[in-house]
Design a protein around this ligand. Structure first.
Ligand code: 5GP
Ligand code: ZN
Length: 115
């Protein structure tokens, strides 16, 4: 998508700090980290804006995103201490970028709130 921030990051038109990449997904540090480690995982192709666009035909990419989250937790050395994985979809969740993504947060105690 021409004007999507995350598509621009995949195309390297906007710089980012890569944490993990494979054929399907790209993962990079969030510019405004909410935890010691805060990584965003996105499909390289803008095939979904949010979870409302998930279908039986494209849902494999969600598995790839979670596979990336596992690899990222290993890369960061926090697979034993744990991670919190969040997706924001829509207005009430304050989704700001309409290119589906998961937040992978960790490196500290994440607390008992949300969730
Ligand atoms: P959302 O609120 O849509 O779930 O999350 C979007 C996330 O993208 C936010 O946490 C925000 O900090 C991050 N973000 C927005 N623009 C950029 C950018 O240009 N670079 C990086 N690395 N992160 C960004
Ligand atoms: Zn996009």
């Amino acid at each position: 998508m021409e004007n999507c921030i995350f598509c621009k990051i995949v195309r390297k038109e906007i710089p980012s700090t890569k944490v993990y990449e494979d054929d399907y997904v790209y993962a990079f540090k969030d510019i405004n980290p909410q935890a010691k480690h805060h990584v965003l995982v996105i499909p390289k192709q803008h095939i979904l804006s949010d979870i409302n666009d998930i279908t039986e035909d494209n849902c494999f990419i969600i598995g790839r995103m979670f596979y990336a989250a596992k690899k990222i937790s290993e890369i960061l050395g926090i697979e034993k201490s744990g991670v919190r994985i969040i997706n924001n979809t829509g207005k009430d969740a304050h989704q700001t970028v309409k290119h589906i993504h998961i937040h992978v947060l960790g490196g500290q105690d994440m607390g008992e709130g949300l969730v």
